[in-house]
Design a protein around this ligand. Structure first.
Ligand code: ADP
Ligand code: MG
Length: 751
């Protein structure tokens, strides 16, 4: 028996090969199929007489096949099926390429409906008077189109046209599975699952609800005037007008946002019941630390640090997002929090997204904290290091044999036992930090850098994971601080970071100069290269970011990078030293390349775009980005932020040949703006929240993603989430919501 839980491979029309391909679209069960939504519709609802078709028109023609032939072209490699369809007014021609099976289906005498975009007008084509369709959609036999459009939603019939004569949905495809095939399949499933033939809607609807129950309670749907689940599915796959899909999408967006908000609230409520270690705010210590820094903290840094230190004092766990532009100095704010935590005798864990960044943090934090006698350790899959500052450096220098051994890898066991017995004050690393055998003595603060890519659900999960490694402090969970890589506009943080308190670094350190940014036509490259040489002779360094190579061609990427490195070294910058960083280098090799650049052993660092350049090299003053028009705005801004970190004037050159309209827009935005928050707003505008957050990991659907900046929807879903949880905290009366939430979490963790 077919049910909505039936795996696709058991659906009669799905071959094993097709089932494999469906997996690529995330479709595993019949249910997933129903939730595979079209991204647009072709309006083929208008049937037009053949003689009135004009070029470019999107229309349906209904008639009889009066001519059919098959032609072989291109040394017989190309297979062309051509038919003529006639109605009372005249005829049209339709051709299909390389679909040989069509000649069997489309035989003379058959009635057919064609839908598509006309290539030429009636009366204009070279060899006659007929309009021409390429690769049109078709349905054999006349079906009741008129009835279809006048019927209410649930008068769905198997005989309704699938590919023609209606608003025809266009689905996300994958290689080997066309939108047409998916459409056909979904129609079949609706028909087979809902067995709705011949019953009036009053009988049918309750039946359908038992097959595919709606998690949203009826009263909420009524209050918000939203369709129930079954109707919304029909609206999306078989709309009778252009409004229906819009209404349906609204419903799905609301449903998902409601789940997000319930999850957020639950986490928050749970959080509020928890306790953390209270870390006293030692103003004298912090002030003396700040006074010894080589620079003056910005007001924004001061304020953020204050907010965090105030939070740490409380027994209520902190859950805070430090939101700041590239280079706004988030690290030092985090270091202040870690210093205070260590001074109070507690441990801090710091997690970074890549090994390179983790190691950089390791060096930065140990440098900041070296005068305080704390131990800082690094743990990633490739690195295990400890810097032991048991005594302040000044003492150490006297007893020089006690100086920390340089970068010597330590045994994992030793590192873990030192963490467990509390000798390590700060443990820095990647995801490798949250492995089962890692236990802290008294972890009181967890800092996660560049976390904007993770959604609500993952963040909750990560927090739970971190709580697990916190062995030694019973009944207490660590305070939590996350930092973003890219500034996140307020409109977005509202929905995405609903349960976090925000600290914003909206001010850059005073010494920063505007980075002079220019879009450069390739013919002017030489001038830029001359400029780079001048900068290097003045002791400065340069980054060159290489063009994108398609992801599927990783090897080619390396080859291209190596070739370009050689070309630049030999032809353009001979006599200079060029380093190369690409995705296939091992961590230790990357580390070496980076260190050589940092120590000025190389003048130019060439890097592929896949490489994380979240690194801090104040002496670099020029950033060149090849094929800049192909990068996203936030990414360009990130890359540009690698220069302009010191006192000297810095430059960013965006090489671009013939950018698209959007590409031009992005380049212009970058040239005209320095403020990361403004650029982020623009980026969000151009790309939408889904791509802006650059994630499939969030577990959110595209519909929900599109709506992350919909303030009204978020407000409403928050209100309902609150109402539901207030009357039913454990969702006992909303079992379907609980179930949906469980599925939602599972999906978020899967990816
Ligand atoms: P991000 O916010 O991108 O993580 P970082 O914390 O890496 O930025 O800081 C970028 C650079 O700015 C570092 O070299 C850091 O030492 C320096 N810096 C931080 N705060 C200040 C300040 N108030 N004045 C001058 N330089 C600062
Ligand atoms: Mg940073």
């Amino acid at each position: 028996m077919l049910s909505i839980a039936t795996p696709v491979k058991n659906i009669s029309r799905v071959t094993p090969a097709a089932a494999k391909k469906l997996e690529r679209l995330g479709i595993f069960t019949a249910r997933d199929f129903l939730f595979h939504f079209p991204f647009r519709y072709e309006n083929y609802s208008q049937t037009v007489p053949a003689s009135e078709i004009h070029a470019g028109q999107t229309a349906t023609v209904a008639g009889t096949i009066t001519g059919a032939k098959t032609v072989r072209a291109w040394k017989r490699k190309m297979h062309i099926t051509e038919i003529t369809v006639s109605d009372e007014s005249g005829s049209v021609r339709a051709v299909w390429f390389n679909q040989p099976y069509l000649s069997e289906q489309l035989q003379i005498g058959k009635e057919i409906r064609l839908s598509g975009k006309a290539r030429s007008s009636a009366g204009s084509s070279a060899n006659g008077k007929n309009a021409l369709f390429n690769n049109a959609g078709y349905n054999k036999r006349e079906s009741a189109t008129k009835a279809y459009f006048s019927n209410p939603a649930w008068e769905f019939s198997r005989r309704d046209p699938t590919h023609t004569g209606r608003l025809v949905p266009v689905y996300p495809e994958t290689e080997g599975l066309s939108s047409r095939w998916i459409r056909w399949q979904i129609k079949f499933l609706f028909d087979a699952l809902f067995k709705i033939k011949g019953y009036p809607a009053s009988v049918r609807m309750p039946y359908v609800r038992t097959i595919i129950p709606d998690p949203l309670p009826e009263n909420i749907l009524a209050e918000l005037n939203l369709p129930d689940l079954a109707t919304a599915l029909l609206y999306i796959h078989f709309p009778k007008n252009e409004i229906q899909p819009v209404i349906a999408r609204k419903r799905f967006a609301f449903e998902e946002m409601l789940l997000v908000q319930i999850k957020t609230l639950q986490t928050k409520n749970q959080w509020e019941k928890e306790k953390s270690a209270s870390i006293p705010f030692d103003q004298k210590l912090i002030k003396s630390f700040a006074d010894k820094l080589p620079f003056k903290l910005t007001d924004a840094q001061r304020k953020a640090a204050f907010e965090i230190l105030k939070d740490l004092e409380k027994e209520k766990p902190m859950n805070r997002l430090l939101n700041g532009d590239v280079g706004s100095g988030k690290t030092i704010v985090a270091a202040i929090a870690a210093l205070q935590t260590a001074a109070a005798g507690y441990q801090t864990a710091i997690m970074a997204p890549t090994e390179v960044l983790a190691r950089q943090h390791f060096l930065t934090f140990s440098d900041f904290l070296k005068n305080y006698g704390f131990s800082v350790a690094l743990l990633t899959n490739s690195y295990r290091e400890i810097k032991n500052f048991r005594f302040p450096i000044s003492d150490l220098q006297k007893k020089s044999k006690l100086l920390p051994k340089k970068n010597k890898p330590v045994a994992r066991d030793k590192l873990l036992s030192e963490t467990r017995n509390g000798k390590i004050n700060l443990l820095i690393g990647t995801h490798a930090l949250i492995q089962e055998d890692i236990k802290f003595k008294n972890l009181a603060l967890a800092i996660v850098d560049e976390q904007h890519r993770f959604g609500v659900v993952q963040r909750a999960h990560l927090q739970q994971e971190i709580e697990k490694i916190n062995d030694g402090l019973p009944e207490k969970i660590p305070h939590f601080l996350t930092m973003t890589a890219t500034p996140i506009p307020r409109t977005l943080s509202l929905a995405y970071f609903g349960n976090l308190d925000l600290s914003i670094l909206d001010e850059m350190p005073k010494n920063r100069k505007k980075i002079i940014t220019r879009a450069i036509d390739p013919v002017q490259k030489e001038k830029v290269y001359d400029f780079v040489k001048k900068q290097i002779r003045n002791g400065r360094q340069t980054f060159i970011i290489l063009p994108f190579v398609e992801e599927s061609k990783m090897l080619t990427e390396v080859k291209a990078a190596v070739a370009e490195h050689r070309r630049l070294s030999e032809e353009i910058f001979s006599g200079f030293k060029l380093g190369l960083l690409h995705g296939r280098l091992k961590s230790a090799e990357k580390e070496k390349v980076m260190r050589e650049f940092k120590n000025k052993k190389t003048d130019i660092l060439i890097a592929t775009p896949v490489v994380e350049v979240g690194i801090d090299i104040p002496n670099a003053t020029v950033m060149i980005i090849e094929d800049a028009d192909r990068f996203g705005l936030s990414q360009l801004h990130q890359l540009r932020g690698r220069v302009g970190r010191g006192d000297s004037q810095s430059y960013c050159f965006l090489f671009a040949g013939q950018p698209t309209e959007n590409g031009k827009k992005r380049l212009r935005t970058l040239v005209e703006n320095q403020d990361g928050f403004k650029i982020a707003e623009k980026d969000l505008e151009i790309r939408g929240p889904g791509e802006f957050l650059g994630t499939r990991q969030s577990g959110l659907s595209d519909i929900a993603m599109e709506n992350l900046t919909n303030a009204k929807l978020i407000r409403i879903s928050k209100d309902y989430a609150r109402k539901i949880l207030a009357s039913d905290p454990s969702l006992k009366k909303h079992l379907l919501i609980r179930e949906a939430l469980r599925k939602f979490e599972k999906k978020a963790h899967l990816e």
